[in-house]
Design a protein around this ligand. Structure first.
Ligand SMILES: C[S@@+](CC[C@H](N)C(=O)[O-])C[C@H]1O[C@@H](n2cnc3c(N)ncnc32)[C@H](O)[C@@H]1O
Length: 241
């Protein structure tokens, strides 16, 4: 895999700045994810593409017995260990493409805004399925396929209009974020759903979060999410029948 863009120092510091202010993650994506969390008391959690571990303590506060965050970015894992470590929390630098090398078993596989960076979605899902206990839950968010579709996709809310083309044509997209090239992978909604059910999961819920009036007051640019969704959230259960 090419170098993780989050290991570019200027990209990383701009991303961390973005996460300090009111943002789409806190006001739209994270509340959506939380609304679909299973009961966590005594459960083991793996966070796939954990970033700087921003949710590690929240999982333990909600009753999880352990949390393992994995991410391929050196910067992210270093920051996670410095700022969000503690008892019951572990971090590992690992590329999700190499998840087959990981052993262990988990009750919840959680992943926030990472899967659109992964080329081989079927392989990823197979590996996650293997790591889950019977009845375990996969809860993930990604950029919505309506966002990832256009080859000119920058995905990051500039301008007054959204480009929307090339939806059927799946595969690699090169966008720009903080002036850096960011590679992501477009898959149609139907392909995402079919991959999940083909790889041993029952889909329980799908969510395309819509901003509340309060959230729009906090961050007016969220109004654009009344035109089209930014995020896709899926909750699926490991099929052990
Ligand atoms: C938008 S950030 C989200 C971070 C975190 N999930 C959060 O919500 O705070 C995307 C993360 O995915 C990680 N990532 C991207 N591709 C990856 C890969 N192939 N394997 C592991 N992590 C990856 C990046 O390093 C980055 O930390």
């Amino acid at each position: 895999m090419s170098r993780n863009v989050f290991d570019n120092p200027s990209f990383f510091s701009k991303y961390m700045e973005l996460r300090k202010d009111y943002n789409h993650n806190d006001l739209l994506e994270h509340p959506g994810m939380c609304s679909l969390l299973p009961a966590l008391k005594g459960k083991s959690v793996i966070d796939l593409g954990c970033g700087y571990g921003s949710y590690a303590h929240e999982f333990l506060d909600r009753g999880a017995s352990s949390y393992l965050g994995i991410d391929s970015s050196e910067n992210m894992i270093r920051r996670a260990m410095e700022d969000n470590g503690g008892e019951g929390i572990e971090y590992l630098r690992l590329n999700l493409d190499d998840l087959s090398s990981l052993s262990g078993s988990f009750d919840l596989a959680y992943s926030s805004l990472v899967f659109h960076y992964i080329e081989d979605f079927d392989r990823l899902l197979k590996n996650i399925n293997r790591l889950l206990n019977p009845g375990g839950i996969l809860l993930f968010s990604q950029m919505h396929p309506f966002v990832t579709a256009s080859p000119s996709y920058n995905g990051y809310f500039e301008g007054d209009y959204f480009a929307f083309t090339s939806y059927p044509e799946e595969g690699r997209r090169e966008g720009r974020w903080f002036k850096e090239k960011v590679v992501s992978y477009h898959r149609r909604l139907s392909s995402i759903i079919n991959s999940i059910s083909n790889n041993g999961f029952f889909i329980e819920r799908i969510l395309e979060p819509v901003p509340s009036d309060d959230a729009i007051r906090e961050l007016p640019s969220l109004e654009k999410d009344l035109v089209r969704p930014t995020f896709l959230i899926v909750r699926a259960r490991k099929d052990y029948s």
